[in-house]
Write a protein of this length. Structure first.
Length: 305
């Protein structure tokens, strides 16, 4: 019952051309374009797309889509949201066509993040994936797109909403040391992927701090690291290994300013045996900051104001 995976992200970006040159040749997505609107779709598995890029000024998250498996589950979750006092709106036929889904509802989480629950994704099993750069592939499918790191205005309210209303499970808590302070973060899973979303209680000018895509090979990550440096893509961190999900990854700056985590090898969760933990370090090794803006609390507070 309930949410099964992170299905898609909708991003509003100010430079579609830059993203087209970035998402395919550097990240390895299969990029397609809607000729009527210029909208870009980024595909990584059998689904039509996992990320939709809409032209606009914010360079931030526009919406996030959570998949359920059946229509009764969709309706049950919509009713649970309404019973919680959360306004729920059905997506229009035009919006459903953009998302390439059969049915969906929109709502906002406690931080005002536009969220959607849906079922009936458009699958393209007969359409070969044309990666923009030779990669072994992405670890997606039933695990979903990957994960995203979002900014929470109130972490406790956010935890109660995602755990008690949406039915997601806490994976662990992390106090991320940054300078003289620590940033509290909560990590949620909805399937065996260690986390599909993480919330950081901090001030940033954007809702989206980063999104992560997981490759099927550590060599894919290493080659991506080389490609970024050769192409002059700014790195946010060096390669490292996280304490909680054990992901081997690095962070790079996207054309929209938020980061993209490029990783491999995260551990999976078995809810029958998993024990939630608390960590006071973000990484076992590596992930040294290259661009201080990733977690520069003071600068981000000023930018948010």
């Amino acid at each position: 019952m309930g949410i099964k995976q992170l299905g898609y992200l909708g991003l509003e970006v100010s430079n579609l051309e830059a993203w087209e040159s970035y998402a395919g040749p550097l990240l390895g997505f299969d990029v397609s374009k809607d000729d009527a609107t210029g909208r870009l779709y980024l595909r990584m598995d059998a689904y039509h797309h996992r990320i939709a890029l809409h032209e606009g000024p914010s360079d931030d998250l526009a919406y996030i889509g959570w998949q359920v498996n059946t229509e009764p589950e969709l309706e049950d979750l919509a009713q649970k949201l309404e019973a919680n006092g959360t306004k729920v709106t059905a997506l229009s036929p035009e919006e459903l066509d953009i998302r390439k889904v059969y049915k969906a509802y929109r709502f906002q989480d406690p931080s005002g993040i536009v969220s959607e629950i849906f079922y009936g994704r458009l699958a393209m099993y007969t359409e070969k994936i044309h990666h923009g750069f030779p990669v072994t592939g992405f670890n997606a499918d039933e695990l979903g797109l990957g994960h995203c790191g979002l900014v929470a205005k109130n972490l406790e309210e956010t935890i109660k909403f995602y755990r008690d209303v949406l039915g997601m499970r806490i994976s662990d808590h992390v106090l991320l040391p940054v300078g003289d302070t620590s940033i509290p973060a909560a990590f949620f899973h909805c399937n065996p992927r260690h986390h599909s979303v993480a919330f950081l209680e901090m001030e940033l000018p954007k809702k989206l701090q980063h999104f992560m895509i997981e490759l099927l090979s550590l060599d894919d990550v290493g080659r991506g690291y080389d490609r970024c440096q050769e192409a002059g893509v700014p790195l946010a961190t060096t390669i490292g290994k996280h304490t909680n999900d054990h992901m081997h990854s690095f962070y790079m700056q996207s054309p929209s300013g938020f980061s993209v985590e490029y990783g491999w090898g995260a551990r999976l969760i078995d809810d029958e045996t998993w024990v939630a933990e608390m960590h006071t370090h973000g990484s076992i090794w590596g992930h040294k900051l290259v661009d201080d803006r990733l977690f520069d609390v003071e600068d981000n507070k000023q930018a948010a104001e």
